[in-house]
Ligand binder design. Sequence first.
Ligand code: PLP
Length: 401
Amino acid sequence: MIQTKTANEPFPVSDNVARMRASSTLKAMMAAEAMRAEGLDVVDLGPGEPDFDTPENIKQAAAEAMRQGKTKYTPVAGTRDLQQAIINFYEQQFGATYERSQVAATSGGKQAIFNAVVTLVNPGDEVLIPKPYWVTFPEIVTFARATPVYIETEETDFVLNAEQVERAITPRTKLVILNSPGNPSGRVIPPKEFRRIMEVLTERGIYVISDECYLRFVYSPCEVFSAASLPAELRQRLCIAGSFSKTYAMTGWRIGYSLAGAEWTRAMLTVQGHSTSNPNSIAQAAATEALTGPQESVATMLEEYGRRRGFLVDALSNIPGLRCIMPEGAFYAFPDVRGCLKGEVKTSEEFSDRLLHQEQTVVTDGAGFGAEGFIRISYATSLERLQEGIRRIRRVAESLA
Ligand SMILES: Cc1ncc(COP(=O)(O)O)c(C=O)c1O
């Protein structure tokens, strides 16, 4: 008889993973799901994904790829066609020249960021992360055994500047993760300021990941800006992490990419080659069409998001106790709810819980993004649902006044 250990022995989760926290955006998603299952009329302002369907030409390209038998492994870095489409896009839009050795297709922008961090940092290295941050940044850094160091940006209403970056640098700073337009704030770093930040970092030999997941979601008069448009000497230690998820409403397809120096890219492909290998071959064909086919759908989505943004920010600003700045990009509003924190509702988490239980309305607490006192409201939902959401938020705010 083999002696077995007791059946209910706890799973010995590794130190690397034990340090990670579960995603707070998932918490909101699960709460909405549970209420819907009970048949309640939930207003879900939580989602970090477009409410639009993937454009038809992109779906057709995927169907065609399957018919043509493009169902095998591809090179780890992606097909030539997709790599070339990415290179051409950056050349045409931003005048940047990238070689194939500097481009890797990934399973979502998230994998590009993961690859970039784990190939660069060591225990003891510090990674600067401006607040408020996308929840995944610190978790990847922690997983890689480096130390996240946060940059406070509330004094500038969450728009990062070069002085804030400079103040946070120490001899241990190895990497900075920039994200403009940002999730959750929707704020955009003005191009001139972005350049100043890159100058500071280049002078100090610090690496940069520019997460450009919301690249094309900026609202007039703001203009699309990529770090790729900076002069080559400011891009020597830069990795751009891009994504098809939001721009083309392709969250489920899982396609993103990295653009970085050839050596950094080679290291990232070693990690990817031994973990997920190439991203899905059919999704790669779809992504190629997304970049090379008609672009009207992007403009249509942007126009609709713009309409919702105008309504939402205006309506939030008129609710007593709330303060909401007009975000220049992405599809989130990030109001300050501290004016409503009274009595037993002392934190933005309690405010979000009150909204959930009293009004079946899902928002995401800002604390998970490093900004206690704020909530994230996604406007990737119809104007009609946003209007209903506003009525409910107003009721909660007034009940606390
Ligand atoms: C700021 C930011 N970066 C990256 C991603 C990753 O997107 P994906 O992995 O779907 O390309 C997201 C998704 O929510 C995001 O909000």
